[in-house]
Design a protein around this ligand. Structure first.
Ligand code: NAD
Length: 496
């Protein structure tokens, strides 16, 4: 059976189907290396068309001035169209992204629905806020009566929003960019990763069925050049980017001369601190899960395991024992836990870092090779090194592959220091029987989030998500999520 949605050959922009100016790009299934389709490749004409349509829909269309309740109705139709296609979307995510079944019920698919529902709940709460009454002496005439003033803060959309997304959770992240921006009255252009274009292109059918006004939401696929054109364009007001720190930094440079708001959700090298009193099996399970989940292709996954030296041997042994049990293979098989990396280049990067670890004298305790039973597909065994120097490249750089490092410590202060000795600051974890000690450590970590004893264990849309330091600027999810897409306008007036 052909992979769902891979028959999409054109872009849907401003109510019309547009054929691609740059031809087509071959897309393969990372688990089998088989070609699943030829995806349309956008260029300058489509970027121009999509931005002009979004600009026109914002400047002259009904979308930004509609009542919130009306926009919510449209987004509810959008949600219903997604739900009615969920089996096809999940099948595409298996074949285009290499996503395992287990992940569909969490971040890959269900997370997108949770995010829509939460964004709708937040949208209902957006209301003008009063500015408190204040009395002040008249600065121009001290003998005159005092002035009494007050005001109101309005929340208004930015205008044209560009959402640029990575390959690892493409459907979720396309939705997570588009929906809050749309609900708040912005118009949107999405540029998905060049590796996962169909997870974005499929939105055309949903846009049509949900009757979004023309130009309000478009998808243009392509690589870095298309992303660069979108970020440099003066007609764009806000860029919401999820991807690597290197590209995030390039986007800040590209967009600098046209002064727009830039929201960045970037990479990480997150630490889990395992105190002497932690449940070793629970901590080791979390570590094993973290490096094997989506073959390590997750921004917030824990990849540095800082383990108290008294329990380090037991922790290392247990991690290895758990990893030995995990089934690696084609995600078509629902019992597979570890799928492939997205492309050969991602596997080559993983292998490069494994070699760095070996050369540095770190102790390879698990994995370190391609699985012998899989001839095709970009698979790599979840890999763990023990006794790793925390200043080494292996311990400092984001691999975005299934690699974890174990680093020993003796005191909480040492653990906090090692955890914070990173350019990144996305997530983190503390495992301890002493919850107060764990909480105090969590307070000292310079990261956007910390999970104590496993946290909630999953994508948690009610919690703000984002980075400190090189892991990003701004927050997605959480109670203030929609404010990222709104400008504040203060209107003040005299009263009395
Ligand atoms: P990437 O940075 O290579 O690419 C992301 C997107 O940016 C793609 O659509 C790509 O085409 C586009 N792009 C590349 N160069 C560009 C340029 N110069 N201008 C504009 N756009 C450009 O990331 P990736 O390899 O797809 O994804 C992995 C990275 O994403 C990891 O670093 C990971 O940590 C990060 N990530 C972060 C989060 C988060 O929420 N913080 C979530 C998922 C992934």
């Amino acid at each position: 059976m052909p992979t769902p949605y891979t028959d999409i050959k054109n872009f849907y922009i401003d109510g019309q189907w547009v054929s691609p100016s740059e031809g087509y790009e071959t897309i393969c299934n990372p688990a089998t290396e088989e070609i699943i389709g030829q995806a349309p490749l956008g260029g300058k004409p489509e970027v121009d068309l999509a931005i002009a349509a979004a600009r026109n829909a914002f400047d002259n269309g009904p979308w930004p001035i509609m009542q919130m309740a009306e926009r919510i109705e449209v987004i509810k139709r959008f949600r219903a169209s997604i739900i009615s296609r969920q089996d096809l979307i999940k099948q595409l995510l298996i074949e285009e992204v290499g996503a395992v079944h287990m992940l569909m019920n969490s971040a890959q698919f269900n997370g997108a629905i949770e995010a829509i529902d939460y964004a709708i709940a937040l949208a209902l709460k957006i209301e003008p806020e009063p500015i408190a009454i204040e009395s002040k002496p008249n600065p121009f005439d001290p003998s005159a009566p005092d002035l009494l003033g007050a005001g109101v803060t309005l929340f208004e959309p930015y205008g044209v929003v560009v959402g640029i997304t990575p390959y690892n959770y493409p459907f979720l992240l396309n939705i997570v960019k588009a929906v809050p921006a749309l609900l708040t009255g912005n118009t949107v252009v999405i540029k998905p990763s060049q590796f996962t274009p169909f997870s974005g292109l499929l939105l055309a059918e949903i846009i049509i069925e949900a009757q979004l006004p023309n130009g309000v939401l478009s998808v243009v696929t392509g690589g870095p050049e298309v992303g660069a054109m979108l970020t440099e364009d003066p007609r764009v007001d806000l860029i919401s980017f999820t991807g690597s720190d290197a590209v995030g930094s390039a986007i800040l440079r590209q967009s600098a001369s046209t002064l727009k708001k830039v929201h960045l959700e970037l990479g990480g090298k997150s630490a889990m601190i395992v105190r002497h009193d932690a449940d070793v099996v629970k901590a080791a399970s979390l570590a094993a899960f973290s490096i094997s989940l989506h073959a390590g292709q997750g921004c917030a996954l824990l990849t540095r395991f800082l383990v108290h030296n008294s329990i380090r041997p037991a922790f290392a042994e247990t991690v290895k024992a758990i990893l030995d049990q995990l089934k690696i293979g084609d995600p078509q098989d629902p019992s597979v836990i570890v799928g492939p990396l997205i492309r050969e280049s991602a596997r080559a990067k993983t292998e490069y870092y494994v070699q760095l670890g070996i050369d540095s004298g770190a102790n390879l305790i698990a994995g370190g090779k391609r699985p012998a039973h899989l001839e095709k597909g970009y698979f790599y065994e979840p890999t763990v090194f023990d006794n790793v120097d925390s200043t080494s490249r292996l311990a400092q750089e984001e691999v975005f592959g299934p690699i974890g490092v174990i680093i020993g410590f003796d005191t909480d202060e040492q653990a906090i220091h090692i955890a914070n000795d990173s350019k990144f600051g996305l997530s983190g974890a503390v495992m301890s029987a002493d919850r107060s000690a764990a909480f105090r450590i969590a307070q000292k970590l310079r990261t956007g989030g910390v999970a104590i004893n496993g946290g909630t264990g999953d994508l948690y849309v009610k919690a703000p998500f984002g980075g400190y330091k090189s892991s990003g600027i701004g927050r997605e999810f959480g109670p203030h999520w929609l404010k990222e897409y709104l400008l504040e306008k203060a209107i003040t007036y005299p009263i009395g």
